[in-house]
Ligand binder design. Structure first.
Ligand SMILES: Cc1cc2nc3c(=O)[nH]c(=O)nc-3n(C[C@H](O)[C@H](O)[C@H](O)COP(=O)(O)OP(=O)(O)OC[C@H]3O[C@@H](n4cnc5c(N)ncnc54)[C@H](O)[C@@H]3O)c2cc1C
Length: 387
């Protein structure tokens, strides 16, 4: 029914059509079973590899599809409208790839990007620790130089793709005493090996099927050549400079979930009858549908506008924050309204709506909580409009 977003040109349009087909044939029929069993979608991931989705935004010269951010956002919104977990499998992988693309040395780009693009080497981002999420400068995982290696010790938690993936972009402290604290932080592309321990897969309310794990680093040795950019002390900056793209992609996931909830609600409201007529003819339901549809259109425009600003190379932290905040709240609100419209059936795993309701809250937390988004937006409003 409602399309999430369209492509900017014909080639990208063909890619989006192929993705729609893939989602309809290879994904949708399997979502319920995989989600309910919390099973990693191995066969679907193979299909995603074959379609080049692990290289969406990696330039063609490194074996990627080289899509614009606007088209990438359209891809993410489509995938999330069918199964939000699948978008996470490529999203945090591409945040890691984007860090290498933006800040890596020429050798790191040559060596890693083609492996990322093909999906042969998949991964995510390892920032959060048991005692440090929003306040990343409080991380404790440390890396100490030892010849051509760094020796890493510490713990990470909530790291998506770290069970099935082969590597992560790992944020550590290389100098605990540095002031300001961020000058002692560095980023590594850490491939699995001795001392890189996946301690457990975490159970989650939603976002199932995809692996989110706790990690322990026990004298894990990472080659010094994997220090992103080859210089210590830039890790936090390298992570933060990826936030605009990260927020656009979470916003696109929000748009996908909000759209799915709207589509299901509009269909169900025409099928379900009470007091002799379809519930879509009751004004209380019409008010809900009207609000849900408006949220989807507004979210779409905010995502498109932030993605296009990013493609033009403009600073768009405020725009990406607005898109992330609005589109993800839209996902949560539309999931709840869709559930109310479904009555008791909305509470049943027979329908997809209970999944939207469990998936949407993650979007309010990831890539900077929505509390932080509003603070960032407010600071930008003041900074850009001094009196
Ligand atoms: C399913 C899932 C997958 C995840 N995947 C990853 C991943 O792949 N990689 C990764 O590194 N992390 C991942 N995370 C972790 C996620 O990024 C963090 O949960 C998030 O950054 C928030 O950190 P926290 O949970 O420690 O909350 P806290 O930082 O402890 O925040 C708690 C509350 O306080 C508020 N708050 C904090 N500081 C301020 C402030 N200064 N002003 C106002 N309010 C504030 C927050 O908004 C929040 O409401 C994942 C989390 C989940 C749930």
């Amino acid at each position: 029914m409602t399309r999430t977003m369209d492509a900017g040109n014909e080639t990208d349009g063909a890619i989006l059509d192929a993705i729609d087909r893939f989602l309809r044939v290879e994904v949708r029929p399997h979502v319920k079973r995989l989600e309910q069993a919390d099973e990693y979608p191995t066969a679907i991931v193979e299909g995603m590899k074959a379609m080049g989705l692990f290289g969406c935004i990696i330039p063609v010269e490194y074996g990627g599809l080289g899509l614009s951010t606007a088209t990438y956002a359209a891809v993410v919104a489509r995938i999330a409208s069918v199964w939000m977990s699948l978008s996470g499998i490529i999203n945090s992988h591409l945040i890691m790839a984007a860090a290498v693309l933006r800040s890596g040395t020429a050798e790191q780009k040559r060596e890693l990007l083609p492996r990322f693009a093909s999906g042969e080497l998949r991964g995510g981002i390892g920032l959060t620790e048991p005692d440090a999420g929003t306040d990343l400068q409080a991380i404790r995982t440390r890396a100490v130089r030892d010849g051509d290696y760094y020796v890493v010790n510490g713990n990470k938690t909530w790291i998506t793709n770290s069970g099935q993936g082969g590597c992560i972009a790992l944020l550590v402290k290389t100098d605990h005493a540095a002031e300001p604290r961020h000058k002692g932080m560095s980023l590594f592309i850490a491939e699995k090996g001795p001392g890189f321990i996946v301690s457990r897969k975490l159970k989650k309310l939603g976002y199932r099927g995809i692996d989110t794990c706790e990690l322990r680093f026990d004298d894990y040795r990472v080659p010094a050549s994997r220090l992103v950019g080859g210089v210590e002390g830039r890790g936090l900056q390298q992570v933060l400079s990826g936030l605009e793209l990260g927020r656009i992609n979470v916003a696109a996931r929000g748009l996908g979930v909000a759209t799915a909830a709207l589509t299901d609600a509009v269909a169900y409201a025409q099928q379900r009858k009470t007091f002799g007529k379809p519930i879509c003819e009751h004004q209380a339901i019409q008010l809900k549908l009207g609000e849900m549809g408006t949220r989807v259109e507004a979210a779409k425009l905010l995502v498109q506008s932030a993605a296009r600003a990013y493609d033009r190379g403009e600073r768009c932290d405020m725009e990406a924050g607005m898109a992330k905040y609005f589109a993800t709240e839209a996902a949560m609100e539309n999931a709840l309204e869709c559930m109310r419209i479904h009555g008791a059936y909305g509470y049943s795993p027979e329908f997809d709506v209970e999944r939207y309701f469990r998936d949407a809250p993650l979007l309010l937390i990831g890539e900077g909580t929505n509390e932080m988004q509003r603070i960032i937006i407010a600071r930008q409003l003041v900074q850009r409009n001094p009196v």
